[in-house]
Design a protein around this ligand. Structure first.
Ligand SMILES: CC(C)(COP(=O)(O)OP(=O)(O)OC[C@H]1O[C@@H](n2cnc3c(N)ncnc32)[C@H](O)[C@@H]1OP(=O)(O)O)[C@@H](O)C(=O)NCCC(=O)NCCS
Length: 177
């Protein structure tokens, strides 16, 4: 998918197989996976499968998570973006768009997730013409909770997610009038 979004400090683009090293660094880090079920990957094949799955989503659903780079240096810092869930049920919802992000720890705390995900919400309203976007975090993931609130989502409730035996938080935002 041909996507290029520039924010003040970031370049958002499609994930490519050439992002393999960056994706492996990201997803093999236990700190990154602390609130993602604590299952960091151990082999680059898993990172490659992840990239391929996302690229299949681009083709099939017209959307998927995107790569995020620092504009000035071109460094790959992680991913951000919308995912159309059609294959998993969360809090009794099956067909919905979720906003998410995952960055390498050395880039945390600089406002990058907030900056990038605001741009994704603009895309949701103005390009995809969505009416609603949802967010999900694991209970205790305060950084993610804060990002969702900062970009305007409302925290609605907690729910039990049986497949992973964990408590999750559920958020939503409607298209601004
Ligand atoms: C969630 C994540 C993307 C946030 O990225 P980031 O670029 O650091 O986010 P931002 O800098 O835009 O905002 C983070 C906010 O959380 C706050 N924060 C960070 N850790 C916190 C903590 N332990 N408790 C409370 N607040 C915290 C920051 O202070 C900041 O708020 P502020 O702007 O009011 O100071 C990053 O932590 C990450 O990649 N985590 C691992 C993957 C993950 O959990 N993804 C989300 C799954 S739902």
């Amino acid at each position: 998918m041909d996507i290029h979004i520039e924010t003040e400090r970031l370049h958002i683009r499609a994930l490519e197989e050439s992002d393999l090293d960056g994706m492996f660094t990201l997803d093999s880090d236990p700190e990154v996976h602390r609130y993602l079920g604590n299952k960091p990957i151990t082999h680059t094949d898993e990172a490659l499968k992840y990239i391929k799955d996302i690229r299949k989503q681009y083709a099939k659903r017209g959307i998927g998570r995107w790569a995020v780079e620092i504009k000035e240096t071109g460094e790959f810092i992680g991913w951000v973006g919308l995912r159309l869930y059609t294959d998993y049920t969360f809090n009794n919802h099956t067909n919905f768009y979720d906003i998410g992000y995952r960055l390498q720890p050395k880039f945390w705390g600089k406002g990058y997730a907030t900056e990038a995900s605001k741009a994704c919400l603009n895309y949701a309203w103005n390009v995809l013409k969505l009416d609603k976007v949802y967010g999900i975090t694991e209970m205790g993931n305060e950084a993610s909770h804060k990002v969702l609130l900062k970009i305007g989502l409302t925290y609605l409730e907690d729910f039990y997610y049986e497949p992973e035996d964990m408590m999750l938080r559920w958020y939503a935002i409607s298209k601004p009038k």
